[in-house]
Design a protein around this ligand. Structure first.
Ligand SMILES: CC(C)(COP(=O)(O)OP(=O)(O)OC[C@H]1O[C@@H](n2cnc3c(N)ncnc32)[C@H](O)[C@@H]1OP(=O)(O)O)[C@@H](O)C(=O)NCCC(=O)NCCS
Length: 200
């Protein structure tokens, strides 16, 4: 399934392109942005190129969008929706720090969930996780209708200490709160090769 362009009132979501590397490096080189994600803060533009290469190599049922906000021509974040096992999908996201707290990722997650669930009607649930201390991310998930189901400790390569992670799931897809959002679609092709899997 191709990754479509999705739009909301303030956001334009489209597949990544290699020439997005400067924009990705700009937000991903901020340690505050990378603090609660599994990947390392980007040290050079090459890290951003590697990220985009990886995204473009993902399997066809693993969709990653570059996020643009109405006021900016550059890419300011990423969101990923992937079918990870039979009946189950997951979602991950990241946004440039200067755009936090405006309800943008909630908007992005809702439109992506809306598209994902209508595109893959066989899904029984969507699950994901966030560091338990990542209050903003936990709140985005709650606002989208996810429930926190458990905590676990994970070893992330970039930290010496274990990270406490909150696991979220949709107990029933009907609970997801996205149905009121307008979705405009346009199909855009993305290279389907590869099997890499990694959060945004
Ligand atoms: C997590 C992230 C995506 C949230 O994006 P965002 O656009 O700011 O999210 P929203 O504005 O839609 O919602 C954030 C909510 O968390 C709340 N919040 C954020 N930080 C908070 C804090 N320290 N204490 C209490 N509430 C907090 C906001 O008030 C808002 O809730 P509200 O609408 O009820 O007021 C963004 O902060 C980010 O990209 N962080 C770095 C990468 C990351 O952590 N990705 C997720 C990995 S699991």
């Amino acid at each position: 399934m191709s990754t479509p362009v999705l739009e909301t009132q303030r956001l334009h979501l489209r597949p990544f392109r290699l020439d997005d590397a400067d924009d990705v490096f700009r937000y991903a080189s901020n340690p505050n942005v990378a603090r609660w994600v599994t990947w390392e803060t980007h040290k050079s533009r090459a890290d951003a190129v590697r990220f985009i290469d990886m995204v473009l190599s993902r399997p066809t049922d693993d969709h990653t969008w570059a996020i643009r906000v109405d006021s900016e021509s550059r890419v300011v974040g990423a969101i990923d929706f992937a079918c990870i096992k039979p009946g189950v999908a997951d979602i991950h996201y990241v946004l440039a720090e200067e755009f936090w707290g405006q309800g943008l990722m909630t908007q992005a997650a809702r439109v992506v969930l809306s598209w994902g669930l209508s595109t893959y009607p066989f899904l029984n649930l969507v699950e994901t996780f966030a560091a338990a201390d990542n209050i903003g991310s936990c709140r985005v998930l709650q606002k989208c209708g996810f429930a926190e189901v458990k905590h676990r400790y994970e070893r992330w390569q970039k930290y010496t200490e274990l990270v406490e992670v909150a696991v979220f799931s949709t107990t029933t897809l009907k609970k997801l709160k996205f149905s009121h959002l307008p979705v405009r679609r346009q199909l855009v092709g993305v290279p389907p090769q590869g099997d890499l899997r990694h959060g945004c």
